[in-house]
Design a protein around this ligand. Sequence first.
Ligand code: FES
Ligand code: FES
Length: 161
Amino acid sequence: MAKHAIQVTVNGAAQTAEVDSRLLLVHFIREVLRLTGTHIGCDTTHCGACTVLLDGAPVKSCTVLAVQADGREVTTVEGLEQNATLHPVQEGFHQEHGLQCGFCTPGMMMTSVALLRANPDPTELQIRQAISGNLCRCTGYVNIVKSVQYAAAKLREGSPS
Ligand code: FES
Ligand code: FES
């Protein structure tokens, strides 16, 4: 198996590694970097539990090779909190009880962060469309939508994103 030297900026820190060609980004994040907040819920690109931001865009990291992240920036759920302050999206999921088991939550939050950067005042339909690639088997989605609406309002007030 061919090895490749890669350099990826993850949550603001440069990371270098030698990786197999076939290593998935999600395995690089979880097993090489030990950032286990990014979850694996399927192997078919359906569930969205593995969602991270790649150069700011949400991607399902089970569908991206680690070598494709070479020279790029990755943000995982661990990168949302800044200076011991929760990101408004994290705060929203906490305040509005947007989770039950929490397995889908990191992916939901990363998708929501990207949505709110692109659209600071989304409608409920736009929120539901944005998270349509993130499956939750616990909550019924109502409180997830409320969580994103909470975060949107907070960000519009000027909280850091
Ligand atoms: S683990 Fe990536 S979409 Fe399910
Ligand atoms: S909170 Fe359990 S899968 Fe979403």
